[in-house]
Design a protein around this ligand. Sequence first.
Ligand code: ZN
Ligand code: ZN
Length: 197
Amino acid sequence: MIKIPEWAFEFHGHRCPAMPIGYRAGLTAMEKLGVKRASNKELYLICENGPAHATACFLDGVMVATGCTYGKGNVEKKNYGKNAITLIDLKNKKEVRITMNPEFQKKGLNSEFVQLRKKGVAPKDIPPDVLNPMLENILKADENDLFIVGEVNDSDFKEIKGTFNWHECSICSEIVFENTARMVDGKPVCIPCFENK
Ligand SMILES: [Zn+2]
Ligand SMILES: [Zn+2]
């Protein structure tokens, strides 16, 4: 049975089934690629979650497992409304795509947990006797029941290089990094000032 660190639930904010599924998706992807959790930008994560839907908590679990985070800039969300990820090993230029097994996802979407969520019950108010058996089932399930695991393929993903160069916006005086600054009459301007001008 897979163990999820308690801080994952603290970071996520509540106990639910989708975050742990995402955690396992991240572990499975890393195992397929033969890589460890990213301490910096060794990995890049593309998640196909949508803007707001059931099981969207999935993405937080993937971030916890892989170390790909919005702050480090190595996550992007495609807004396709699908619980699928592509994890890219930037060093070895390999990638793997993992999706939730539709059969498993359908069972989850028909579960009592989701029925209660639909009625407006907050995740933190779902009774433990509804959540805990589900959680245990997720943590001990065979990964092929949980996921459709793709083959490892060559990746042509182009890493976005971080910049240390910055400007002072000529309108609001706030600091803006070079790769997002706009130039107006030869002077640097931040995007909000550029769009309001
Ligand atoms: Zn959640
Ligand atoms: Zn500005």
